[in-house]
Ligand binder design. Structure first.
Ligand code: ACO
Length: 311
């Protein structure tokens, strides 16, 4: 890239200007955004699977209606984000195929199973809670279409987090068996939720450049710490115990000290070796194959219409 153009671009970023699709941008900026927005979009779509799994088994009609709406919202989030990625010159089909054949990632968290109803509460509380913590600063990200998609997504995401907290609260305040289920869900989902923020800063290959470009607004560890600080009092309110014996308030730092996740597990999961990676990709591939006739039909219809208009 031309150094003068690069400097002018960086000056716009530093001045807090939004970059729009038709503006000049360094190739690395474009690529990083396609990677991050694409991975984010895929996470919304794959993230429907662990929760969709419980729609037919929700304990009440009300919970079922709420879960149904929430899972539909996630599909909407995926669509806003695919649209944002498309403005960078990559088609939705292209990045979908990259997800389906494993060239693109999606969030590690969705490779863990949801074993029972308490997990659905814990997913809303912890997974959506972690997602919001990461996404609120992304509303200020430098790329216009991504930033605008995030504003809309964050509004819905905070409803998702609250419905999850309400569901887990009901379990935590329920019978001893229900409380045990809530604790068990927290035990299993705590560390995978911490992993959502990405590797520790020393292992985060993209953070420095992405922050200079204001694609990312915070480091992975900064957001993970904020999430821990926010979530510990919520767990206390529920009467549940975070599964980290070394977790304690550090007066000097003004933050909780906590134990990092097992990073070898994280790297295995993102390599494709988590508990549900194979199932998740198989489900997405099946949905894509099953939908081929719809896509073919739509294309044939559009072609026919176009020829008629020409005639
Ligand atoms: N799951 C899967 N892969 C991850 C995760 C994760 N939780 N965290 C990091 N990675 C991958 C990165 O994609 C990168 O791999 P790549 O080079 O093959 O793309 C590698 O691990 C190294 O990590 P970083 O250098 O720290 O990567 P990055 O700067 O992209 O930071 C982060 C990762 C924080 C997830 C960032 O991409 C981000 O903020 N994304 C937007 C939010 C998002 O995707 N949320 C999805 C879950 S929320 C939801 O869907 C409800």
């Amino acid at each position: 890239d031309d150094p003068e153009k690069l400097a002018a671009f960086q000056a716009r970023i530093d001045a807090g200007e939004k970059i729009e699709p038709k503006d000049w941008m360094p190739e690395g900026y474009r690529k990083t955004l396609i990677r991050q927005i694409g991975q984010h979009a895929h996470s919304e779509i794959v993230g429907q699977l662990p929760e969709g799994n419980w729609i037919t088994r929700a304990p009440t009609l009300e919970r079922k209606a709420i879960l149904l709406a929430k899972v539909q919202d996630e599909a909407g989030h995926g669509l806003y984000l695919y649209c944002a990625a498309e403005t960078l010159g990559v088609s939705r089909d292209e990045i979908t195929e990259m997800l389906l054949d494993g060239r693109m990632k999606y969030s590690s968290i969705f490779n863990y199973p949801t074993l029972n109803w308490a997990d659905i509460g814990a997913v809303g509380w912890l997974v959506d809670g972690a997602a919001i913590m990461n996404q609120v600063p992304l509303q200020r990200t430098s790329f216009g279409p991504y930033s605008r998609a995030m504003i809309r997504i964050c509004k819905e995401e905070s409803f998702h987090q609250r419905q999850g907290y309400d569901a887990i609260r009901k379990m935590a305040e329920g019978t001893p068996e229900q409380k045990k289920m809530a604790q068990d869900a927290l035990n299993r989902l705590w560390y995978p939720s911490l992993m959502m923020f990405g590797p520790s800063d020393k292992d985060s290959v993209h953070s420095a450049q992405s922050m200079a470009w204001k694609i990312k607004m915070n480091t992975n560890d900064e957001l993970r710490q904020k999430f821990v600080d926010q979530t510990v009092p919520q767990a206390e309110y529920l009467g549940l115990t975070i599964p980290d014996p070394d977790l304690k308030w550090n007066e000097e730092r003004g933050h909780y000290d906590y134990t990092d996740p097992d990073w070898s597990e994280f790297f295995e999961v993102i390599k494709g070796n988590g508990p549900c990676n194979v199932d998740r990709l198989a489900a997405r591939n099946k949905a894509w194959d099953d939908g081929a006739w719809v896509r073919d039909g739509l294309l044939a219809h559009a072609k026919k219409k176009a020829t008629r208009q020409h005639a």
